[in-house]
Ligand binder design. Structure first.
Ligand SMILES: C[S@@+](CC[C@H](N)C(=O)[O-])C[C@H]1O[C@@H](n2cnc3c(N)ncnc32)[C@H](O)[C@@H]1O
Length: 251
């Protein structure tokens, strides 16, 4: 744990890690997005045709491409310049997606009341000032607009959480510790890089969203479906403890 790590440091690492990260992403993102996050996000988002959508923290852009393929006009921002370069390279000409480099904590180059829907997939835990990011999302939505975001589940993915294993590697149970710690911690991603994550409690997330003015419409803790378990049996262990939580809010 290291309270001095900032959004700027987190982005430096995303820049360095962007090519490796992008290499794990195809049409459906990576395997966790295919199994857990895409089904949840798209079922919460509803009809996308002619919707103006912001993909906040778009990474290499698979979600922007999916949204645009379903008829949305997409603005996509990421603070990592390298991610934006990759996303631009991966976009086909005809898709209505505009990629911009920007920090979700301050998107002052975008006018207020601009979007019907904002999606932010696995980004809010990567930035230091989540309250400011929520305020930005609120400012950018039209009245009645929807904000959907996914994060690592803050009750289970905490600094130093992980499986307790027997000597021969069997998973006994998932350990959680330091739940009330608020701030940055590092987590290995791949073999080369440690990314910076910011932990907050579930109450702080929910209270901040309400203080910003959002109404909570739905919360999901995605589990693998039967079909996904047939395709990827190793996800059986995710029926024991959720990795992710997804919020749907209305302005
Ligand atoms: C876990 S990746 C998710 C990317 C993408 N949403 C997806 O689902 O594939 C997190 C992304 O958030 C971006 N990011 C982190 N902090 C950000 C910030 N303050 N503003 C904008 N993007 C940020 C990173 O550069 C990285 O591309």
């Amino acid at each position: 744990m290291n309270r001095n790590l900032s959004t700027a440091e987190a982005i430096k690492r995303w820049d360095r890690f962007a090519d490796t990260y992008a290499s794990t992403h195809g049409e459906h993102g990576d395997i966790h997005k295919e199994v857990f996050l895409n089904p949840t996000i798209f079922s919460l988002a509803g009809q996308l045709h002619n919707k103006r959508v912001l993909d906040a923290g778009c990474g290499e852009g698979y979600l922007s491409r999916k949204l645009a393929n379903l008829g949305a006009t997409v603005t996509a921002v990421d603070y990592s310049l390298r991610m934006i370069e990759i996303a631009r390279d991966r976009k086909s000409m005809e898709l209505p997606i505009e990629y911009r480099q920007g920090n979700c904590e301050d998107l002052n180059f975008i006018e207020e009341n601009n979007f019907d829907l904002i999606v932010s997939n696995m980004v809010i835990q990567d930035l230091a000032n989540y309250k400011q990011a929520f305020q930005e999302m609120y400012r950018l939505l039209i009245d009645g607009g929807i904000f959907i975001f996914s994060i690592l589940h803050p009750c289970f993915v905490t600094p130093n959480s992980g499986w307790e294993k027997t000597a021969d590697g069997n998973k006994l149970h998932w350990n959680v510790d330091n739940y009330f710690y608020e701030g940055a911690f590092e987590q290995p991603l791949g073999n080369e890089e440690k990314i910076v994550l910011f932990h907050r409690t579930l109450t702080n997330y929910i209270n901040s969203l309400m203080e910003t003015g959002f109404s909570l419409e739905r919360v999901e803790e995605p589990k693998p479906s039967k079909e996904m378990l047939e395709k990827y049996p190793s996800f059986e262990e995710d029926l024991r403890c959720p990795d992710f939580i997804v919020f749907k809010l209305r302005k």
